[in-house]
Design a protein around this ligand. Structure first.
Ligand code: FES
Length: 209
């Protein structure tokens, strides 16, 4: 574990005229989520999920829009988005390969699986292939320790991976034009982009900030 400084104080926010948090998203938050909770803060995770599901990452402008809509400070939104691995704080490839790096998977061959994926894609963890198709991230426990090593590929859980099977899967996913429809939800500077996807997994705190 290491401290990774966040350039939030000096970061430049790229803006666009069209809001990221659409009226449809606001309506869903208002009608489906906010009535369940006593505080608007409790709807922050669903709001971030919506943004990431739609855009495959959480742009800084979107964080500001969420903060304004929920009556929170932008710092609250930023803190939450940077705490959980599943939120991408920089644009990622169309496909996300997330390998569990927690202890059961590590003992059961995760380093070899990750290496096979790195060799197949020609990228390191936290990077995206030059064609923009696939990015590789590492995740904390996916709750599938009994069938380790495990990985999420475009939010689909793959278990008992071998290096050969992992390489085969990433070759398949790279040959696809777009990821399959996500089941649930889905900035900062690129150097903070060691993030992870959500999916079947629980929200996993980032291991370092
Ligand atoms: S340690 Fe990898 S799924 Fe639990």
């Amino acid at each position: 574990m290491a401290w990774i400084p966040k350039p939030s104080a000096s970061m430049k926010i790229e803006r666009r005229d069209e809001p990221y948090l659409t009226q449809a998203m606001k309506d869903e938050l208002s009608q489906r989520y906010l009535p369940r909770f006593e505080t608007t803060l409790a709807a922050l995770l669903p709001a971030l999920h919506m943004i990431q599901h739609e855009y495959h990452w959480v742009p800084p402008q979107a964080m500001e829009e969420i903060a304004e809509f929920l009556g929170l400070s932008p710092a609250d939104v930023l803190d939450t988005a940077t705490f959980y691995e599943e939120y991408a704080l920089a644009p990622r490839g169309r496909h996300v390969v997330g390998v569990c790096r927690s202890i059961a998977c590590e003992f059961c061959g995760q380093p070899q699986v990750t290496q096979a994926i790195k060799d197949t894609l020609g990228i390191d963890v936290g990077e995206t292939t030059a064609d923009g198709k696939v990015c590789l991230v590492e995740l904390e426990c996916l709750g599938s320790c009994g069938t380790a090593p495990a990985a999420l590929i475009d939010e689909e859980l793959h278990e008992q991976l071998t290096p050969q099977r992992a390489a085969e899967l990433v070759r398949q996913v790279r040959s696809q034009d777009a990821p399959p429809p996500a089941s649930g939800r889905e900035g900062l500077a690129p150097e903070t982009a060691s993030n992870a996807p959500k999916g079947a997994s629980k929200s996993a705190p980032k291991s370092a900030h």
